[in-house]
Ligand binder design. Structure first.
Ligand SMILES: Cc1ncc(COP(=O)(O)O)c(C=O)c1O
Length: 387
């Protein structure tokens, strides 16, 4: 089936008992069994298995064109479960400007248990090659990255990883399977924070891992049950509801962001615009080749903390908040919000400056978004004029 048909119907069959078009929310912790050792359809306890979660997992697997999806209680719980596939002494090569929480999980949690991490610029496949050692088990890539929107060539990395017997994991949160499908490009695992575009309505925290290899799927299922970071049935139901409009939302996010990025790129008070849809983005050609859209995230450099604060506090339609990917436009300050857990020197090296502002462009009327941004830019000091 086509993408939108799958988004609406996969794993979302009407209730066979009543015909209810929308599947019920199985808000239960346990299930009555037909006799000792005779659970119905394998349902024994809701940490292990829940019909609402099963439906969401089938739906998300179909969208990523994977064989199995395993849902978790947050994006980080999904990433954490992927790392739990490893053992002490194993090495992971990771994109250097990943989401701050992923960096923190690696450095502050898993490093204590003997996993080793090397953070490199995965947009340069040769750097990745050089970082791989005989202990390397995973290559973890975020593309585009949060917040600098650096792309990595997923097909090329998949080929190189496979040659070295390393599994490629792609965080596809920013693009969603509507625009980019890493498994089709050779990735082994795809992770998402479903909190973002997949749910799309800023009312759930969730995550998912999608795979083709049934052996990895089984190991992740074991971890899902053994560690217990499972999503609540109501949250699964909300994400499944959100996914039904994913295609429509992504088209509008993308359309609005393209127009806003063009406006920002011409504005004298904006020092730099990061958006893969602009021809000036150094990887614009790769963005066109590996994804069918550019998404709704734009990052701008305003030159100083004061400029960033004045701009953000003057916006009226864009809400000052962490997170992204909801229908409403949000603005955040990566250095003090999403990336506060990345050490100052590391942030400086990566370019996550105090003047950097990330916009999550929603699906409102683009004229209102442009007017809002232009008005707020009046509060940015003219001294930051481009040289
Ligand atoms: C790219 C990316 N991956 C993972 C996460 C973590 O997801 P969650 O907040 O659902 O744990 C985030 C959160 O912002 C993110 O932006």
């Amino acid at each position: 089936m086509g993408f939108s048909t799958d988004a609406v119907h996969s794993g979302q069959d009407p209730d066979p008992r009543t015909g209810s078009v929308i599947p019920p929310i199985h808000q239960t912790s346990t299930y009555q069994q037909d006799g000792l050792g005779r659970p119905r359809l394998g349902y024994e306890y809701a940490r292990t298995k829940n019909p609402t979660r099963d439906g969401l997992e089938r739906n998300l697997a179909s969208l990523e064109r994977g064989r199995e999806a395993i849902a978790f209680s947050s994006g980080l719980a999904a990433i954490q479960s992927v790392l739990q596939l490893l053992q002490s002494g194993d090495h992971v090569v990771c994109t250097e400007n990943v989401y701050g929480g992923t960096y923190r999980l690696a450095r502050k949690v898993w490093q204590r248990f003997g996993l080793k991490f090397t953070f490199v610029d995965t947009s340069d496949a040769d750097q990745v090659d050089r970082a791989i050692t005989p202990e390397t088990k995973l290559l973890f890539v975020e593309s585009p990255t949060n917040p600098l929107l650096v792309l990595s060539d997923l097909g090329e990395l998949a080929r190189r990883a496979r040659k070295r017997n390393v599994r490629l994991v792609v965080d596809n949160t920013f693009m969603t399977p509507y625009f980019q499908r890493p498994l089709e490009m050779g990735a082994d695992l795809v992770v998402h924070s479903t909190t973002k575009y997949l749910n799309g309505h800023s009312d759930v925290v969730g995550g998912v891992v999608v795979v083709n290899d049934l052996d990895i799927a089984e190991r992740l299922r074991f971890i899902q049950n053994a560690s217990g970071a499972v999503p609540a049935p109501f949250d699964c139901w909300l994400v499944a509801r959100g996914v039904k409009t994913l295609a429509l939302r992504m088209m509008q996010h993308d359309r609005n962001a393209r127009e806003l990025a063009r406006t920002l790129a011409c504005h004298p008070r904006v020092q730099h615009v990061y958006y893969p849809g602009l021809a000036l983005h150094p990887q614009h050609e790769l963005a066109c080749r590996q994804a069918s859209g550019f998404g709704g995230i734009i990052t701008v450099e305003l030159g100083s903390y004061d400029n960033a604060r004045n701009f953000m506090e003057s916006l009226e339609v864009f809400l000052l908040a962490e997170s992204l990917g909801g229908v409403e436009s949000l603005v955040c300050h990566p250095a003090s919000m999403t990336h506060a857990s990345v050490p100052v020197e590391e942030r400086a090296r990566l370019g996550v400056t105090d003047g950097l502002v990330r916009l999550s462009v929603g699906i409102e009327d683009v004229e209102d978004l442009i007017r809002d941004v232009e008005h707020a830019l009046e509060k940015v000091s003219a001294q930051t004029l481009r040289g």
